[in-house]
Design a protein around this ligand. Structure first.
Ligand SMILES: [Zn+2]
Length: 298
């Protein structure tokens, strides 16, 4: 093989994995990874973003924080000359919807489950993090809302947004790119770590397990899964996460049945054999156990 052909192949492989990447002064790297056909995952700071590109325009699934919008749009512009026409929010949390206002001003239509709009229209106190989220400005709210599901026939794909019963919040949706065989699960899936469950807006561990089951039913061995947080996933990692959730659910359920208090359940360290593998992410073991307990007694 002649050297120029070899260089072309090396370049093609590099392009297929990390397509574009740039770092800012604060150390946030915005990086786009090709997932399948015309679907990308963009990482930066906050929830993972999904991107569909093609002749109809661009669709973003979630948009991280407002301070990153310019850079996220610059990354999109490196991949397609078409504008972002729609933004789909998988749920209401600020690390997934923080760019809404900027993107709406840039011409995008924001789409989400009706509970996302409702949650963003009220102040929320997250006891788990002692954090108050203020009411979002009108310009950041979803403009198009739905109750169960809706579909975009766009860029040669059927992109379905499917609401699931309360899991991470009460307004979660999976976004299914049927032809590309990709599912963006929002925060109903944290790959490789204990997930945060927002009990204050209706989340529960039973709902997280059900959401994983829904995604698995829609998957085959080749399905690529974009988690809300953590690296790009296949079905094997999702199955492992689902199995961990089920075991933790059953163990804590048993302790609750024995009449243990919240403090007793945390002190019993029912996840200790899982903590090394799953407890090094956003949710530390004791806090995670407390949240699971809360989600099972409410
Ligand atoms: Zn979230």
């Amino acid at each position: 093989m002649n050297p120029s052909r070899w260089i072309l192949i090396v370049l093609a492989v590099a392009i297929a994995s990390r397509v574009t990447s740039a770092q800012d002064a604060a150390g946030v790297v915005i990086e786009a990874t090709l997932v399948a056909d015309n679907v990308y995952m963009i990482t930066g700071q906050g929830g993972n973003i999904g991107l569909s590109i093609g002749e109809d325009g661009a669709i973003l699934v979630d948009d991280q924080f407002g301070r990153l919008t310019k850079r996220i749009l610059a990354t999109v512009a490196e991949l397609t000359p078409e504008p972002v026409k729609f933004v789909i929010n998988t749920h209401w949390h600020g690390d997934h919807t923080g760019g809404n206002e900027n993107l709406r001003k840039a011409g995008a239509i924001i789409v989400a489950h009706e509970n996302v709009r409702r949650a963003m229209s009220t102040e929320h106190f997250l006891a788990a993090f002692n954090h108050t989220t203020p009411v979002s400005p009108e310009a950041a709210l979803p403009v198009v809302t739905f109750t169960e599901s809706m579909s975009f026939h766009f860029n040669g794909d059927d992109i379905r947004i499917q609401h699931v019963a309360p899991a991470h919040t009460d307004g979660d949706s999976l976004v299914i790119f049927r032809n590309a065989n990709v599912i963006h699960m929002g925060d109903t899936y944290f790959n490789g770590m204990y997930p945060f469950i927002d009990v204050s807006t209706g989340g529960s561990i039973a709902g997280m397990i059900a959401a994983a089951d829904t995604a698995l039913e829609l998957s085959n061995d080749k399905t690529q899964i974009i988690p809300g947080h953590g690296p790009l996933s296949g079905v094997a990692e999702l199955r492992a996460s689902r199995a961990m959730l089920q075991t933790v659910h059953d163990r804590i359920g048993e302790l609750i049945k024995q009449g243990k208090s919240r403090d007793d359940v945390i002190a019993a360290a029912p996840t200790s054999d899982f903590d090394e593998k799953w407890g090094n992410g956003f949710m530390k073991p004791a806090k995670w156990v407390g949240i699971v307990y809360d989600s099972m007694v409410n």
